[in-house]
Design a protein around this ligand. Sequence first.
Ligand code: FAD
Length: 432
Amino acid sequence: MDDVIVIGGGLAGLTAGAYLAGAGLATRVLERAGSLGGRADTHVRDGFHFNLGPHALYRAGAAHAILTELGVPLSGASPATEGLALLGGELHALPTSPRGLLGTSALGARGKLEVARFVAVVGSRAAGPERWARASVAAWLDEHVHDPRARLFVEALIRLSTYTNAPELVSAGAALAQVRRALRGGVIYLDGGWRGLVEGLADLAGRAGAVLETQAAVRAVEVRGAEFRITLDSGRELDARAVVVAGSPELAARLLGAGRSPALDAAAANAVPVLAACLDVALTSLPCPERGFALGLDQPLYYSVHSKSAALAPHGGAIIHVAKYLASPATAAAADEARELEAFLDLLQPGWREHLAQRRFLRRMVVQHDLVRADRDGPPRPTATAAGVPGYFVAGDWVGPGAFLADAAVASGRAAARAALAHLDPRLASAA
Ligand SMILES: Cc1cc2nc3c(=O)[nH]c(=O)nc-3n(C[C@H](O)[C@H](O)[C@H](O)COP(=O)(O)OP(=O)(O)OC[C@H]3O[C@@H](n4cnc5c(N)ncnc54)[C@H](O)[C@@H]3O)c2cc1C
């Protein structure tokens, strides 16, 4: 019998596994896919390292702090903050630096003042953005940003920092806190891609004694008194004293069985996923090397040459991530996102097709399983113990208060491990 079985070998599950095994518990991580990493995986083709869409680690975020605490090596560099803004079909200087703000043709004088005030307010220690947790981004903007172009820019900055394109739903407090993290600490693009994080966590967990299994899809978890029977798709059965489910809310609810945890059933039914369409491109060289970063203001588009800051491509080559922040809740509209993203790339790197080494289009990626809603619109996000079943814990980017993306995944992985330790042996909990 294992002490803890972790279901899901992405960042959340591996973080939980590293803490649990590090505290001395007999730990097993079961991953459905043929390799670990989930959405943090990196595919390598002909020397080009492809993350699954654009991935940037927030230096002031929870994941960076926890991975550093664990000793996972983080090598990479921050991208330049200057770039281009797409507005009305034309490119302008992006007002992300004082120089860009002064010089940009994307904003008039009033818009520049409002953007400068926005940056000051969001960055100010006195006025913590958390106090706007109850309001939606749209409601907050109605009150605080009046110039239409300044509003477009602030919305683009919120999309960039949170990946969320849902101003009517998302919490202004959480979104502005995330923008503050982005402005304060910036991000890093990781050398070799995010697989390095996955390998670092897997290595830690493995060295501490955790058993890491791939191609081990779990079908059901049965509560048997104070223990659990875990059944795999293969029919194999395993027993554990505690379980951490580090996948989607739907998985966490389904494994237990409908009706077993009303809180998880509700979390699965009410989740509003954050989605993106991604065009990942490898070029043998860049037609316009100076164009490193661009953001759509009146269109929810993103472009960044990640290989400018991180080692991701062979000498002279480039990895470019282009993405569209899809609106949440998702609509069934049949937009041709691949063509839209290619047209954006045509504008930024004309002639890129002549340099093409690899191209991959990911139509509908789940960036985050549930967006961070304005408090007034629903119950708080679930915590590790949300299931209400002693010994059954959850982790993932839909768990934990106010955090986004990998920060939520890694922080909830640690929280689930701590909760499992406290459940099994309160004396061990302080070790994590
Ligand atoms: C396009 C894109 C861009 C992103 N950009 C950023 C970014 O810039 N910054 C940032 O911080 N975050 C970013 N993210 C988010 C980040 O990648 C995720 O939040 C994080 O990787 C989620 O980790 P996780 O472990 O919670 O989930 P996952 O990575 O989804 O892991 C869950 C794992 O569970 C496994 N699993 C599912 N069902 C079963 C089962 N029945 N049995 C066993 N295993 C199972 C899955 O195979 C998967 O490996 C981005 C995500 C995407 C898609």
